[in-house]
Design a protein around this ligand. Structure first.
Ligand SMILES: C[S@@+](CC[C@H](N)C(=O)[O-])C[C@H]1O[C@@H](n2cnc3c(N)ncnc32)[C@H](O)[C@@H]1O
Length: 295
């Protein structure tokens, strides 16, 4: 299961036209996609993309009652332009990217995405391709790991953590999520509410799936895929993502010379209500920013 975050806000801010063409670039279990498609008339269309074939299959089952209003593809959103071209679309009237992972992925121990349950150190969102987290750790240099940990907020512990991770790895004692979580507890200790492995797991997941690289490619490509008055909504869950989205949207909305092509629909990010935070604690860190093509 996965509870879609900022669902009402997404529908409101996408300002859906019944005969418009929409993209959900992070289909997940299809919660946002279903809500968008239900606003469409017979000439509207929704294209759903996801790298994870299990989520894609679950979303397809959910969207089936909506008939030919929806189409899905197993595509990384960094290939957005190609996916639109393959559908014969020149552009989209609205696009949503709800970044990160779905609860269905986090809660499956076999995916190795969570320190809450023991599983292999895999972390690939598309398990059919690329290197697992364990393979990535076997190729990374200590310095590189240390810098990545700093980037993800482990300022004080980056050196000790990277050294211990690579030491345990070379001794053959680091193969599972449980082993990595316990190592983080030993090295960092437990202070406050956040588990000491939280940032290490986030960093590794981002490395394994090149999540920041994919987001940069998306931000470079997506604005040009919007039709006039089309809207691009991005929901992020941590500051490294949100900073990229904020900077790109702001620079697009500035027009130092000539015609203004994009405008910020949200001057400040939209966050969850206190009710949503209570009902779905995962929504706490969500921030949605929306951009519109105005010329
Ligand atoms: C937070 S979930 C989306 C949940 C969805 N909005 C819903 O309501 O069910 C994010 C989804 O995006 C997918 N994903 C992450 N990075 C991706 C990428 N670069 N390209 C395509 N899909 C991606 C994940 O596999 C996951 O299924």
């Amino acid at each position: 299961m996965h509870t879609s975050v900022l669902l009402n806000e997404t529908i409101e801010f996408l300002n859906i036209k019944p005969d418009g063409f929409y993209v959900d670039g992070t289909l997940g279990l299809g919660g946002h996609a279903e809500a968008i498609a239900k606003k469409l008339g017979p000439h509207g269309r929704l294209l759903g993309l996801d790298v994870d074939h299990q989520n894609l299959a679950a979303a397809e089952r959910r969207l089936q009652p909506l008939g030919n209003l929806t189409r899905t593809r197993q595509v990384n959103f960094r290939g957005l332009q190609g996916a639109l071209a393959a559908e014969g679309w020149k552009g989209a009237d609205g696009m949503l990217f709800d970044l990160g992972v779905a609860s269905s992925q986090l809660e499956d121990p076999a995916r190795g995405l969570s320190f809450q349950a023991d599983g292999p150190l895999d972390m690939r969102l598309d398990p059919s391709t690329g290197k697992t987290a364990l393979q990535v750790l076997h190729t990374v240099r200590e310095r590189e790991l240390e810098e990545a940990l700093r980037e993800f907020g482990e300022e004080r512990n980056a050196k000790r953590l990277s050294r211990s991770i690579l030491f345990e790895l070379s001794a053959g004692r680091l193969k599972t999520t449980g082993e990595l979580a316990r190592l983080c507890e030993r090295v960092v200790g437990r202070h406050g509410k956040t588990h000491p492995a939280t940032r290490v797991f986030l960093m590794l997941r981002c490395m394994v799936n090149d999540e920041m690289g994919a987001l940069d490619d998306l931000l470079a490509a997506a604005p040009a895929c919007l039709n006039l008055r089309g809207r691009l909504a991005i929901i992020s869950f941590h500051s490294l993502e949100d900073r990229r989205v904020k900077e790109k949207f702001r620079s697009l909305a500035k027009s130092p010379s000539g015609e203004k092509r994009f405008s910020l629909v949200t001057k400040k990010p939209i966050g969850p209500s206190s009710d949503e935070m209570r009902e779905n604690p995962r929504s706490r860190s969500a921030k949605m920013r929306v951009l519109e093509r105005v010329a």
